[in-house]
Design a protein. Structure first.
Length: 241
């Protein structure tokens, strides 16, 4: 189907991926502000609370047609509703977690998902010691039942927390069940049809990136006892004034 230029779906597709990620952060921060009793927030205040500059925030929000009010800023309640609509949060997104090991078990038991509209409603594993045992009130089903269970429970997002060698087969089952959005924690690149969206989270890679920043800071720091600005330490070395 060809979408007419300017249609709602066409507009959503024009929002850059990086902007979508920041919109989710803005929404979380607006929720915190609302809980504190705030009714409005300036662009600079919201930018500071979310770690971006004001110009970038205003550009991000312009993608969803929100420009704020001069001298007032943004009204929090309507902006939250607008962001929830853009991010697809006006309807519940049922989640299935496949792989109930340490990570999967932690994800299944995390209460924050349900509170934000992402209730975990199905769990799957192949371990006979886990199948049939409830986690946070949800019984673990065998992976072979995945397509049937996902269809019956209206699963819209699948989370893969299996070992790498099992991930593609699990992904295929999720696609077979009609799940078109997958969050992948397995250390593999999944092959999926064009209409299926996959987000990959590799915790080891994230730690390696942080290790790089640690090493870069250490390399930039003066070595112990190295003279800087000509001020000696108690042991005869030199320190920054």
């Amino acid at each position: 189907m060809t979408l007419p230029p300017g249609s709602a779906v066409d507009g959503l597709r024009s929002i850059p991926e990086a902007t979508v990620a920041r919109l989710a952060v803005y929404l979380r921060t607006l929720g915190e502000l609302a809980e504190s009793g705030a009714e409005t927030v300036s662009s600079d205040e919201l930018a500071g609370a979310t770690g971006v500059n004001g110009a970038k925030l205003r550009k991000d929000l312009s993608h969803i047609g929100s420009y704020g009010i001069r001298g007032v800023g943004y009204e929090i309640a309507p902006l939250r509703r607008q962001l929830e609509r853009i991010l697809g949060l006006t309807h519940r997104q049922a989640v299935a977690v496949v792989g109930v090991g340490n990570l999967g078990h932690a994800l299944a038991g995390y209460g924050g998902f349900g509170g934000r509209g992402f209730p975990v409603t199905a769990l799957f594993d192949v371990d006979p010691d886990l199948v049939g045992v409830p986690v946070d009130g949800i019984p673990v089903d065998h992976v072979r039942a995945l397509p049937e269970v996902c269809r019956a429970r209206g699963i819209t997002i699948g989370v893969i927390a299996t070992p790498g060698q099992a991930a593609q087969a699990v992904c295929d089952l999720l696609v077979q069940a009609g799940v078109q959005c997958i969050l992948n924690f397995a250390p593999v690149v999944l092959q999926v049809p064009e209409e299926v969206e996959v987000r990959k989270v590799d915790l080891a890679v994230e730690l390696q990136i942080l290790a790089f920043h640690v090493a870069r800071r250490q390399a930039a720091a003066p070595a112990p006892g190295y003279p800087v600005n000509g001020h000696p330490t108690d042991n005869g070395s030199m320190v920054v004034s």
